[in-house]
Design a protein around this ligand. Structure first.
Ligand code: ATP
Length: 245
């Protein structure tokens, strides 16, 4: 009798042979593969301009690759940006480096937090959910009525993180989330992410330049160069990173 193959648990996020960029003739990502296991935290290092943010955007279904496959919980992505099925779009939360580019300047922080709830028709209990999240990320209630230009970068990034968590994603992508922040705000936001992961079992892909932070924060740290043409095996450590950017 032939040996039975028992399938392993599906990765929370997987990129298989992804080629992507902004010009088909010169893609930024070429045949890149990466798997982030369910509940796993993976740090991604790499020199400035190598394509980490592009990879983060592909992972969050915000940028359509030219070739290759993105899987969420073992299911192939079936669309990109607003064409992604709602269940897949909401399975990934993303936080970018620059909150001022990511946040709509016309919205109050309360409206910013509630936006994904409204967009997905989950309008019941919005004030309670936004208050709960604001407290979780350390945003005082007096800040919720302010607009982005009336708060600090750190406060706005706390709001962006809360917004990324409001739909309780299975995967969180943090693209240099703390690069603009001081040490205490960095520690506070990392703690928020870790509390969320401990409570939800969500996976994390944390892109950054700070090797010490990523090593401390994540289960493993991979280097972008190791992702090209072949998956990184769990447990493999990245070689020393050259600080860049
Ligand atoms: N919207 C865009 N249009 C054209 N080219 C772009 C665009 N965004 C990024 N690029 C280019 O794609 C390449 C990879 O950029 P990306 O932002 O993914 O790199 P990165 O590794 O995140 O860099 P950094 O560490 O400096 O943030 C760069 O050469 C960049 O100039």
């Amino acid at each position: 009798m032939g040996e039975r193959t028992v399938p392993g648990p599906a990765a929370a996020l997987e990129l298989r042979g992804v080629t992507a960029g902004y010009d088909r003739r010169a893609p930024v990502l070429r045949d890149v593969s990466l798997a982030v296991g369910a509940g796993e935290a993976v740090g991604l290092l790499g020199p400035s301009g190598c394509g980490k943010s592009t990879l983060a955007r592909v992972s969050a279904l915000l940028h359509r690759p030219y070739a290759g496959t993105v899987l969420l919980g073992g299911e192939e992505a079936r669309g990109w940006r607003h064409r992604a099925p709602r269940a897949q779009r909401t399975a990934v939360g993303v936080v970018f480096q620059q909150p001022r580019l990511a946040a709509d300047p016309r919205l109050t922080l309360a409206a910013l937090l509630a936006e994904p709830l409204r967009a997905t028709g989950r309008t019941d209990g919005i004030p309670a959910r936004t208050a709960e999240l604001a407290e979780e990320v350390g945003l005082g209630p007096e800040l919720l009525g302010r607009r982005p230009h009336e708060v600090s970068d750190g406060q706005l990034q706390r709001a962006c993180l809360a917004r990324a968590l409001v739909l309780r994603p299975r995967v969180l992508v943090c693209d240099e989330m703390t690069a603009m922040l001081d040490a205490s705000t960095t520690a506070a936001l990392v703690a928020v992410v870790e509390r969320y992961r401990a409570g939800s079992g969500a996976a994390l892909l944390a892109v950054g330049h700070d090797r010490v932070l990523l090593d401390r924060w994540c289960d493993r740290t991979v280097h972008y160069a190791d992702l090209v043409s072949g998956a990184v095996t769990p447990g493999r450590r990245a070689p020393a990173d050259t600080p860049a950017g």
